[in-house]
Write a protein that binds this ligand. Structure first.
Ligand SMILES: [Zn+2]
Length: 87
């Protein structure tokens, strides 16, 4: 009498949840928005704003979502990144 099969089926890790297969078929846009937002928040929390492209996206989204609250703190977003200067 072994219950190993049931235990293996229950075993899930957070890392597996992050590696969901990218299916080509269109998903619910709201789910995508939530997924992206959670991803960006998680990234910013883990890397503490390493100022990579993901962090830039986080800061832009955060500024938009918190716009109605009119934060008193200054925005650390650098706007020069959007203007590549090429001679
Ligand atoms: Zn980053």
């Amino acid at each position: 009498m072994t219950a190993h099969a049931e235990l293996d089926g229950i075993k899930t890790t957070p890392q597996e949840a992050l590696r969901l297969p990218r299916v080509p078929e269109p998903a619910d846009e709201n789910d995508i928005l939530r997924e992206q937002l959670e991803y960006l928040i998680r990234h910013a929390a883990e890397r503490s704003l390493c100022s990579c492209s993901e962090c830039q996206r986080y800061l832009r989204v955060r500024a938009l979502l918190l716009e109605i609250f009119s934060e008193p703190e200054p925005q650390p977003v650098q706007q020069s990144a959007a203007l590549p200067i090429a001679a």
